[in-house]
Design a protein around this ligand. Structure first.
Ligand SMILES: [Ca+2]
Ligand SMILES: [Ca+2]
Ligand SMILES: [Ca+2]
Ligand SMILES: [Ca+2]
Length: 498
């Protein structure tokens, strides 16, 4: 086996979801032939108007643009009226978060230059011809008029309209007094979902079917008759992933990575506000190439246990080390921990010979699927975003609670016996954030975001996955697809055939 100098494995499961935004950057033209001068400015502004932005006394310019080639610009900002120079967004349903915008002055003169930030409610009855109700100002920014620096501004969406499921416009007024400088803005980003209808005078969209009135149209709602749930977020998306563990830690062992082989898929169910309501995990125990009786747990890094209201589906067989609270999380933990099963040998009993589904000559046993449902608190003050969940799966070796094996550089639980760190081949160095790796950065656990075959008997993983070592030696830059079934990537003689 080649010397492995360093190794980066696929990181533990970090979920990221980009919230929807409505953006004005003044760049896009629907007319590709007019790319310069005032006609280019008009084209670009018309493109945004067609998408239901509106402007009062504000044009586009490519002179000293703030970002990209173009920015929006007021006339000489010598009116303190909020109705002289303004930009209005399309109708949108604001979510929580910050409106961000870049702004500057064209010259360092004048006594006052301001941005007024306001929202306009929808009012079809007493509103204006665009059905805009009375303007509500919620923030203001005063420029320093002695410079032309770019100001990166941020304004919180007011709680009164965030996630209200009602249409609003955001209106930015550009006002001032004295001098002759103009105000430029660019890269305006508003958190929310677009709700204007360009085909109907830019009025708010209508006729959307939403049977459970959670603000998510039936067509987009994975739970159209359940107003507490709206979306599925699968990890991995579209397929199962594989987790493989070596259980002789802190010794390196035979490095066959088949002591516990699990396929998994998590579904983080979110509500209309994109807050996590529950996690459904399918945990498929495929193989056990071990004599140890290993448990399997999942830590939610940094999430306090009281954020979980219930856990169902765990498989327990009387482990004396296991002590759970009423909500199904393990007692005595700083971060929430769920023990999914306490003894793999009971979940996937050996059908004869040693181990389960690792020795080709032995009888097979059908993989076991453990279905876990974890429910989370959903009160708005405590609700959990997708980015708040960092999932950290691990094994508990041979009924010894303090002997945990995690994915590389994943932190242990509060129950770990730190005396194992640094023993045998382990080179865990918490001060450096290094966990569960050898001096050469070999791990004791692997996570692959698709289901892959595992080694049979005690075959060294490196001799079965022929590009694994090169991937590892290259710091994860070569053969990032080492686990794929490409020509000359695998020695299938070393892999178990179910
Ligand atoms: Ca721009
Ligand atoms: Ca709905
Ligand atoms: Ca729903
Ligand atoms: Ca092994």
């Amino acid at each position: 086996m080649k010397k492995i100098v360093s190794l980066i494995t696929i990181a533990a499961c970090v979920f990221q979801l980009n919230a929807q935004t409505i953006v004005l950057d003044c760049e896009t033209s629907s007319s590709p032939i007019n790319n310069s001068g005032s006609r280019g400015a008009t084209d670009r502004r018309n493109y945004d108007i067609a998408n239901c932005w509106s402007f009062g006394g504000v044009g586009y310019t490519d002179i000293s643009a703030i970002n990209g080639g173009w920015s929006a610009q007021s006339g000489q900002a010598t009116s303190l009226l909020v109705t002289s120079f303004w930009v209005k967004s399309p109708w949108l349903k604001p979510t929580s978060g910050n409106i961000t915008v870049k702004a500057k002055l064209t010259a360092s003169n004048g006594t006052i230059r301001r941005l007024h930030i306001a929202y306009l409610p929808y009012d079809a009855v007493t509103g204006n011809s665009a059905r805009e109700g009375a303007r509500v100002e919620f923030d203001i920014f005063n420029f320093t008029t002695s410079n032309t620096n770019v100001n990166n501004l941020s304004f919180a969406i007011p709680a009164a309209i965030a996630n209200s499921n009602q249409p609003f416009k955001i209106m930015i007024s550009l006002a001032g007094d004295g001098g002759n400088s103009r105000i430029m803005i660019d890269d305006l980003v508003i958190p929310g979902t677009y709700f204007a209808d360009p085909a109907n005078s830019c009025f708010p969209q209508s006729q959307i079917q939403d049977a459970d009135s959670d603000g998510v149209a039936d067509a987009d709602d994975a739970y159209p008759n359940d107003n507490t749930r709206a979306y599925n977020n699968f990890y991995p998306a579209g397929n199962y992933g594989t987790l493989m563990f070596e259980d002789l830690w802190p010794a390196k062992g035979d490095y066959d990575f088949n002591d516990l082989v699990i396929d998994y898929q998590y579904n983080l169910v979110t509500n209309a506000d994109n807050k996590v309501v529950e996690m459904k995990a399918n945990v498929v125990t495929r193989a056990i190439g071990a004599s140890y009786r290993n448990g399997f747990g999942l830590q939610f890094n940094g999430l306090s246990s009281d954020k979980i209201t219930s856990v169902s589906g765990a498989k327990y067989h009387g482990a004396t080390w296991l002590s759970n609270a009423a909500n199904g999380t393990e007692n005595g933990q700083t971060s929430a921990n769920i023990i999914i099963f306490d003894d793999a040998q009971k979940v996937l009993p050996s059908p004869g010979g040693s181990g389960s589904n690792t020795i080709p000559a032995n009888p097979r046993v059908a993989p076991d699927t453990t279905k876990i449902t974890v429910s989370f608190v959903t009160a708005s003050s405590q609700a959990i975003g997708l980015n708040d969940l960092i999932l950290n799966p691990y094994i508990i070796v041979n009924q010894e609670r303090g002997k945990e094996v995690h994915l590389p550089d994943n932190i242990p639980s509060s129950k770990v016996n730190t005396a194992f760190f640094g023993q045998m081949q382990d080179d865990t160095k918490p001060a450096q954030g290094k966990y569960y790796k050898t001096v050469d950065n070999l791990p004791w656990a692997l996570n692959v975001v698709k289901s892959i075959p595992y080694t049979h008997t005690t075959n060294d993983f490196v001799s079965a996955y022929l590009k694994f070592a090169e991937w590892a030696q290259s710091n994860g830059t070569l053969y990032t697809d080492w686990f794929e079934n490409n020509a000359e990537y695998r020695d299938t003689n070393k892999l178990f055939v179910p």
